[in-house]
Design a protein around this ligand. Sequence first.
Ligand code: AMP
Length: 542
Amino acid sequence: MLGLMQSQQLLISSLIDFAERHHGETEVVSRRVEGDIHRSNYKQVAARSRQVANALDHWNLGFGDRVATLAWNGYRHLELYFGVSGSGRVIHTLNPRLHPDQIVWIVNHAEDQVLCFDISFLPIVQAVHGRCPSIRHFIALCDESKLPGDSGVPGLISYEAWIGQQSSSYEWPDFEENCASSLCYTSGTTGKPKGALYSHRSTVLHALAGALPDGLNVSARDCILPVVPMFHVNAWGLPYSAAMTGAKLVLPGPAMDGRSIYELIETEKVNFAAGVPTVWQMLLSYVQAGNLRFTSLKRTVIGGSACPPAMINSFNDDYGVEVIHAWGMTEVSPLGTVCTLRNKHLDLSADDKLKVRLKQGRGIFGVDMKIVDGNYRELPWDGQTYGDLMVKGPWVISEYFREEGASPLVDGWFPTGDVATIDPDGYMQITDRSKDVIKSGGEWISSIDVENIAMAHPAVAMAACIGIAHPKWDERPIIAVMKKQGADVSREALLAFYEGKTAKWQIPDDVVFVDAIPLGGTGKMQKSKLRELLRDYRLPNT
Ligand code: AMP
C-alpha cells in the first residue's frame, strides 16, 4: 500500500523559490572583485537566476549540458548556482588556483559549453581558451562598462548584458530528482582529477542535513560568511542551506586576508563563518596583532584539514567564538561528520570538552561510516584502533563522472583514503591521509598529532610533518615549520617543547625551518610538494 502524500521531486529550484517567497528581503551581501560592497536579497537573486535560465534557453543549451564557472564567492555566482541547475543544466565549478594545464584537462573532460568567469581570472581564460574547444560562450561576470575591450577571448560578453536582455519570468522545469545538478573535480594531488557529479536529490538532502542543529546549524537568525569557496564542493552546501532557511549570506569575493574578513564580519554582523584552518590562521593573526575583538561572531565551522587545538583554544578562550570541527570531502558533497557535543558532555571540564571538540565529529544522519582493516573487515569503535575510513549515504558518490562502470565502492562503501579511529560515542578522529601515515618501527605516528603540538608553540605559524626514510625504523617524522613574522624559536627549543606532550618515540627527529609550507588549490598543505622540496634532506645521525 502506498502512502497518500504528495510526491514532489527534490529540486534545487525549490530552494530559491522558497527563499524568494518566505525570505525575499533577506540580504545577500558580496564583496566584488572591484573591491566595493554590493547588496542584493533573495528576491533579486531569484529573479536574476530566472534571467540566467532564460538566457541559457535562448542559446538552446541542452538539458544536462555543463556551464563552468571560474569565480569567487559572490552574488552572480550564486545566481548561476540556481539558474544553471534549476533549469536542468549542470554547474561545473572550476578551481582557479589550479594550474592552467589542469584547468584545460578538466574543462575538456567535462566538455563544458559555457564559461562564466570573474574578470580577475581573465589571464587564466586567455591562457586556456584556445585549448578548450567545447566552450561555445565566454561570459565575464561584470557590468558592460567593465568588459575589457581587447581581451582576445572570442565572443566575450558581460554577464549583465547577457541576462539583461532576458525576462525574469520563468517556470522552473519539473524533472527527476536524481538528474545531475553540479560537478566538482577533486583536487587531484595524486593522478588525474576526478569528477564528483552531484544530483538535485543529493544536494537538497545534503543542504537539509547541513542545516540541522548538529550539522552546521543554519537558521533564519543567522548571518553566514562562507569563506570556504563556492568553487570547492559548493562551499560546503552553505549557499543551499542558507536559501533553505532564509539565512543572510555574506560573500567575501577575492579578499581572504585577515583584515578584509574581519571588516566584513564586523560591518555585516556575521555570527557564523566557515572556512579552512589556513584562512582562520590569517584572521586570528590579524585580530591578535591589532588587539581587536569580535562583536558579533559566535561560531565558526572549521574543516578541510585538521583544526589545530591551539586554534580552537584561541577562538574559544580569547574571543568567545565556538569552533565546530567538521570533516568532509569532494566525494561526500562534502559533509561527513560534524563535531558537536552530546548532552553527557555538557558538564565536562573545559579541557575534557576540548578533547572531544578536537575530533572530526559524529556522523550526521545520511552518512554512515566504519573503519576497516586491509581486508575490509570492520574494526571496533574503541577510540584506539586505527583503520581505513569508509562512508556511504545518499550524498556520497557511487561512481566518478565519465568513469561509469569502474565503481570505487567496496560492498557499497566509499573508501575515503583517510585513516581514523571511532570512539564508543561514535566520534571519528582522522589520524592521517593513508598516504601521509608515518610508520616507525612498525608503529603508526599520526602526522596530525605531531603538527598540532608544533602549532601550539607561540612562534609557529604553520607546521607540516612528513616521514623520512630511516635505515632502522623504516621512517621517522620530521617537522617543517614556518615561523610567525617577527617570532623566533630554535630547533632545540621546539623539540624540547614536545617533551611530556607525546610519547618519546613520536617526537620528530628534526625540525626544518621553511619560508612557506606549500599549499594546494583549496588551501590544504601539499605534503607531496614538501617532500619534493626536501628530497635532498637527510636525517641527522643516519
Ligand atoms: P577535498 O576532497 O579536497 O575536500 O579533500 C578531502 C580530504 O581533506 C579528506 O579526505 C581529508 O583527508 C581532509 N580533511 C577534510 N576535513 C578534515 C578535517 N577536519 N581534519 C583532517 N582532515 C580533513
